[in-house]
Design a protein around this ligand. Structure first.
Ligand SMILES: *Cc1c(COP(=O)(O)O)cnc(C)c1O
Length: 363
């Protein structure tokens, strides 16, 4: 074996070597409906005011390690319940990583229903923590009985519940959620990455459950490029996670830009409202197409099923017609024959629907 291969095989953990790097599809020249981004930018006057604000940032200095101003702004905008605190991450992905690095317990296990957000499993692997996935029921509903059994068996340090769930788009049943939160011996993180598109949230329930944490992100709200996620919960828990947070994880440009955007929350809210209206229109239009079954969504994307064995051809056909979405067929299991489309602008959604109609007709 040559030297470099030897270095890799001797000094890199086998479970890391077995992974593939997180794949981001090239969207050059395509209508980009694959990544749950908000398709809207800001009005020109707002961009000017933002750039003016950035002029005052001293990039020769380290950022405010505690992000005081940004946190104060977040607290106010989200109406954080009394007595609760915030932890900030470079995207919520980094918060998942902090949790995985800090957790302990009899088995140091992360548990999540599946299919769900893939980073829970990936980050558990990076952090040498066990991961247990519990299948969702028919219709992607949370299987409280199965989760409770798994909780009994593995005593997980943390349970992740994406609410609404990605990639399925639904909000789990409240009674099932409560049962899991009550039964979990360790932490329960309700991941509300899509809260802006849903009418329900667990933020107000934080005072009722000491083991509950609510995670959110500004990514799906229209600030994906800034990378800012947050975890809300009891200061006693967050103070421990603070110790594994890298001191300057939220850079100066992000702190200032996010605070600025949150001062103009009404602009984001208006965009969100438009996306929600388009989601309803898109869902109804998908339901009209023969052979297509859209699932109900409380997020800014729609999961849909196509005729058995056709997902790869539909995905490629759309791409050939200039539209990039996400093909979930490769994940197998409950996601066989499933694709996920992000809700775009009305024009983008029309382009998608027209392309999909054309592709299906060619079968
Ligand atoms: C997109 C997404 C995230 C990650 O958000 P970032 O803040 O951009 O890292 C977290 N959870 C779920 C369920 C998501 O879909």
């Amino acid at each position: 074996m040559d030297r470099i291969e030897n270095l890799v095989s001797t000094w890199i953990r086998p479970e890391i070597r077995a992974l593939s790097p997180y794949h981001v599809a090239d969207a050059t020249g395509l209508v980009k409906l694959d990544a749950m981004e908000n398709p809207y930018t800001w009005p020109e006057g707002l961009v000017d005011a933002w750039l003016e604000r950035l002029r005052g940032v001293q990039v020769n200095r380290y950022p405010d390690a505690a992000a005081h101003e940004l946190k104060a702004r977040l607290r106010e905008n989200m109406a954080l319940p009394e007595g609760m605190d915030l932890l900030l991450g470079n995207g919520s992905d980094e918060i998942i990583q902090m949790l995985a690095l800090a957790l302990d317990g009899p088995s140091a296990t992360v548990l999540a229903p599946e299919p769900t957000f893939v980073m829970y499993r990936m980050i558990a692997t990076f952090a040498r923590v066990e991961y247990v996935g519990v299948p969702l029921r028919e219709g992607f509903e949370l299987d409280a009985t199965a989760v409770l059994e798994a909780i009994d068996r593995y005593s997980p340090s943390v349970v992740f519940l994406a609410y609404p769930n990605n990639p399925t788009g639904n909000l789990f049943d409240e009674a099932a959620m409560e049962a899991v939160i009550d039964a979990a011996p360790g932490l329960v993180v309700v991941d509300e990455a899509y809260h802006a598109f849903a009418d329900r949230s667990y933020l107000g329930c934080l005072p009722d459950h000491p083991n509950l944490l609510v995670m959110r992100t500004l990514s799906k709200l229209g600030l994906a490029g800034l990378r800012l996620g947050l975890l809300a919960g009891r200061p006693e828990l967050l103070n421990e996670l603070e110790k594994v947070r890298l001191p300057y994880n939220i850079n100066s440009l992000t702190q200032v830009s996010a605070a600025f955007a949150l001062e103009h929350q009404a602009v984001l809210d208006e965009q969100t409202a438009t996306i929600r209206r388009e989601r309803e229109r898109l869902g109804a239009a998908l339901g009209e197409l023969a052979g297509v079954r859209p699932y109900p969504s409380a997020a800014n994307f729609i999961l849909f099923r196509v005729p058995t064995g056709s997902a790869d051809r539909v995905f490629q056909g759309l791409k050939d017609n200039g539209v990039l979405i996400k093909n979930l067929h490769g994940a197998g299991g409950a996601l066989s024959d499933c694709l996920r489309v992000t809700v775009g602008t009305p024009e983008e959604n029309d382009a998608f629907l027209e392309a999909l109609g054309r592709v299906l007709q060619a079968f």
